[in-house]
Design a protein around this ligand. Structure first.
Ligand SMILES: *Cc1c(COP(=O)(O)O)cnc(C)c1O
Length: 431
């Protein structure tokens, strides 16, 4: 299968080329040429298949030109080595826990899948690729962990000094080897701008091969469709139509769910739940897309004012607003509402949500006000311990620290402080 650029000026490329480029030369996002539905028997017999088989069948058509069957199976086996539990909390409400990976964030699956693909593409080659990524918190840790020790890949992570949690900072500054953390004197937007500038810099382009590990990269984005298939496997016997509520920032995760629906997954509706960064909820009301500066919230991995994957979603529905509205609803919530949800879910179900999952829960409840006959699944995208301060303060309790986190807390932080783009550039060129 070929991938084309949504800006429609660059040439079609293979999966391999799309992964190495990250973004197309015309600055467009890559998108699969066509999406062939899986057979109806695949869904009828989904409960008889392992997660590895399901994932293989779902992603095969997109990558088979670039990765042979055996290698793909091997990659999926090492990427998907932790569980994805579905826990029913209330009548017609369940949560899909995506935080059992090595960095306790749902981004682990995409980051590890991309790392394995890139590692395979660079095997026995003399070339080296530099993965450049800006993080507001969770992406950096998942990418650092996924790419650690991958031959031929250097990872450079930019994060805003003093603006990520202690746990998040340790996760991206303590690994060493091929991972370097650059601590930027500025905010997340400054980091993001430096990365964007680097991708456009022709001096850099002639010296090094740069790619991105944000969800614009197809290898990070597409494997997220597995979550929705795995959840369906567990919920297939429900009588009601199934809906998913996805806490959304860059809209990569929910877009991957919509690709799963195009593969034939029986999903009645998607709900995109956001914090006060409400560009998409506003668009769904007004049909006008107006990107904004991001605002800081307690669900900081979703502080995005111009979600990069929304263009992929619009494209999935052929830019037809009525079609889109039939499949997607979107609501936004304040930090106060989010804390209130963390508290009420804890009090009524004895379940601890993180601020992102709590936003997903709120989106689901809002949708079910009208559609009480649906069975709703909200995605829990991070372990509550990653947002320790907010959760402990809201619930007035102490959370136990899991061993994955305990390990990084014992290691020493190593970072390089930078102030300007020129410092980033000379760092990259001196390698
Ligand atoms: C990245 C992230 C999100 C948002 O996912 P998108 O695919 O960018 O919409 C939600 N929750 C957590 C914890 C995240 O790290």
């Amino acid at each position: 299968m070929k991938f084309y650029s949504l800006n429609k000026e660059a040439a079609d490329v293979s999966f391999k080329k799309a992964v190495i480029n990250g973004i197309a030369p015309d600055r467009g996002l890559y998108f699969p040429r066509d999406i062939k539905p899986l057979s109806s028997s695949f869904f009828e017999n989904i409960e008889d298949q392992t997660d590895h088989d399901i994932a293989f069948k779902a992603i095969e058509q997109f990558v088979s030109e670039s990765i042979p069957e055996n290698k793909l199976k091997e990659i999926l086996t090492s990427v998907l080595d932790f569980p994805f539990p579905v826990i029913e909390l209330e009548k017609n409400v369940a949560t899909l826990e995506l935080f059992h990976g090595p960095t306790l964030a749902f981004k682990d699956v995409g980051a590890r899948f991309m790392a394995h693909c890139l590692g395979y593409f660079l095997e026995n080659q003399n070339s080296e690729v530099t993965v450049l990524v800006a993080t507001s918190g969770d992406t950096g840790g998942a990418v650092a962990n996924g790419f650690l020790g991958v031959q031929g890949v250097k990872v450079v992570i930019l994060y805003p000094s003093g603006k990520v949690s202690d746990i998040q900072e340790r996760q991206l500054t303590t690994l060493g080897q091929n991972i370097t953390a650059l601590e930027v004197n500025g905010n997340f937007d400054d980091c993001q701008n430096m990365v964007k500038t680097a991708f456009l810099d022709s001096d850099l382009k002639s010296e090094i091969q740069l790619t991105s590990a944000n969800s614009i990269n197809v290898a990070r984005w597409l494997p997220q469709m597995f979550y929705f298939l795995f959840a369906y496997k567990k919920l297939k016997n429900k009588e009601q139509p199934i809906v998913f509520s996805v806490p959304s920032g860059n809209f990569g995760n929910i877009c991957a769910g919509m690709v799963a629906q195009k593969l034939g997954l029986p999903v009645a509706h998607f709900i995109a739940a956001t914090n006060v960064n409400d560009t998409v909820p506003l668009f769904m009301r007004t049909q006008e897309y107006s990107p904004k500066m991001s605002k800081a919230t307690i669900s900081n991995a979703m502080d995005v004012g111009d979600p990069s994957n929304f263009i992929r979603i619009r494209n999935l529905y052929k830019n037809n607003f009525t079609e889109l509205k039939n499949h997607l609803s979107s609501y936004s919530f304040t930090d106060e509402e989010t804390k209130h949800a963390i508290l009420s879910v804890y009090n009524s179900c004895n379940y601890i949500t993180d601020p992102h999952g709590a936003v997903g829960y709120l989106g689901l409840k809002e949708y079910q006000k009208d559609k009480s006959d649906t069975f709703g699944v909200f995605l829990e995208t991070a372990h509550p311990v990653k947002f320790l301060d907010v959760v402990e303060e809201t619930l007035k309790l102490k959370l136990p620290i899991p061993s994955q986190i305990q390990n990084v807390l014992e290691k020493n932080k190593v970072s390089i402080k930078i102030d300007t783009y020129d410092e980033l550039k000379s760092y990259l060129l001196n390698k």
